[in-house]
Ligand binder design. Structure first.
Ligand SMILES: Cc1ncc(COP(=O)(O)O)c(C=O)c1O
Length: 421
């Protein structure tokens, strides 16, 4: 097991700035190993990839493709060419909506869940104009996916199942292997949004058995603007390209073009080589800690926070998501008092907000005054907020450099804030 205080020393920002950083579901801080890898690429190897036959270009290409191999291995892919570099999870899901969308017809159905992030809703809504219907599997009272409901919504018209691996609001971990096996049995294309999973737990895409798996580098210690779309080789092969241009072609005439093989078919234009190199260093860092240990560390922190919740009885504190930490990632969404989803102007004198509720933005601002950074708002999950009857929540999310002392500081600050101190 690793020591989060030792880990923290690798993160320059965390030693320079006096901050308890608890917004890791949004993005993570970067260790010096990642920063140095990017600097090394710029200072010693920088050039364009796949194009030059001079030494520098060969070095850059080699670093880019070695990064692909390393990251592919990290997410359990046997074949590195099954990993397409994209900007982030959002781009991966848009690529899939665009490419798979060309195969869908009016009346076809896409099955999502009620806990999805906007990036796994909005790209599919683009297809509604051609008559495609989107359905949502329900959640249970405790904030887990209702698998029976999901299965009951599968029918002959269901063509795509796209689910988050871990919810960015509730923290719920979904049984994606089981879900993808249902999809396979029913001839449905399966997609997993792994934005909140790959950074926090061991993920083996080949074992999950999905057709496609998306993740973002910036949420796992890597640079911004680099992420992955992993896919089964045959599933990637069958997709039409998302963007056209340099790098992705085999031949071009004035009349038509043929495309490069996967993955380059999906990597039009000059790619984010430094991003890939940095993400590869991030993967090395996480591998050294051990992803089982990362998961265990976050489970311990979450259990600690739930225990403190019980012990401290902070007035009006309400948190969301499963109480059983074995089904939950390190995400803690909460409110002090009710935050009804109707407008503040509608609140009557005796409304719950008037009775001691504190708006999540105010909680975040108060925490910020105490040097604690958390997110507040709808967390890009407005439909889920509506379902919970909320306009917004505050959210603390944890990572490898957070320890129990951070949780203690955070909970004591919440106690103070709830008392209006
Ligand atoms: C579950 C989930 N999916 C998708 C995304 C989108 O990630 P990105 O902004 O890196 O594309 C996020 C980001 O918060 C997320 O939490």
């Amino acid at each position: 097991m690793f020591d989060s205080e030792e880990v923290k020393k690798d993160f320059p920002l965390l030693s320079r700035r006096d901050v308890v950083y608890l917004d890791n579901a949004a993005t993570t801080q970067k260790p010096k190993q990642v920063i140095e890898a990017v600097i090394d690429y710029y200072e010693n190897h920088y050039s364009n990839v796949h194009r030059g036959i001079y030494t520098l270009s060969e070095e850059a290409t080699d670093m880019y493709e070695k990064a692909r191999e390393n990251i592919a291995r990290f997410v359990g892919l046997r074949d590195a060419s099954s990993l397409v570099f994209v900007r982030n999870t959002t781009e991966a899901l848009n690529l899939l909506s665009y490419s798979l969308g060309t195969r869908l017809e009016s009346g076809d159905e896409i099955l999502l869940t009620e806990m999805e992030h906007h990036s796994n809703i909005v790209p599919w809504q683009f297809l509604q104009s051609k008559g495609v219907r989107i359905r949502y599997a329900k959640l249970t009272e405790s904030g887990l996916l209702d698998v029976d409901d999901l299965v009951s919504k599968i029918n002959r018209r269901t063509k795509i199942l796209s689910v988050s691996h871990v919810s960015n609001v509730l923290g719920s971990i979904n049984p994606v292997k089981e879900l993808c096996s249902y999809a396979r049995d029913n001839g449905i294309v399966s997609i997993v949004d792994g934005a909140q999973a790959v950074p926090h737990m061991p993920v083996n895409v080949d074992e999950i058995g999905c057709d496609f798996y998306a993740f973002s580098g910036h949420k796992m210690l890597g640079p911004s603007g680099i992420g992955g779309l992993a896919g089964k080789p045959e599933a990637l092969d069958e997709l039409i390209p998302f963007m056209g241009g340099g790098e992705m072609i085999r031949t071009v005439t004035y009349e038509s073009s043929t495309y490069a093989d996967v993955p380059l078919k999906f990597e039009a234009g000059t790619p984010n080589v430094e991003g890939a190199v940095g993400l590869s260093a991030a993967v090395n860092y996480l591998r050294r800690l051990g992803m089982q240990n990362v998961k265990k560390h976050e489970m311990d922190l979450m259990q600690h926070i739930l225990n403190l919740e019980d012990e401290m009885s902070i007035r009006n504190l309400r948190s969301y998501g499963p109480r059983d930490v074995t089904h939950r990632g390190g995400v803690y969404a909460f409110n002090i008092g009710n935050q009804p989803s109707f407008s503040v102007d509608d609140l009557s004198e005796d409304s719950t907000l008037a009775r001691g509720a504190i708006h999540p933005h105010d909680i975040a601002a108060e925490l910020n005054k105490r040097g604690i950074a958390v997110r507040s708002g709808h967390h890009c999950a407005m439909p889920l907020m509506g379902l919970l009857g909320l306009a917004a929540t505050a959210r603390a999310s944890f990572y490898i450099y957070n320890g129990k002392s951070d949780v203690d500081l955070f909970m004591s600050a919440l106690l103070e804030i709830s008392r209006g101190l």
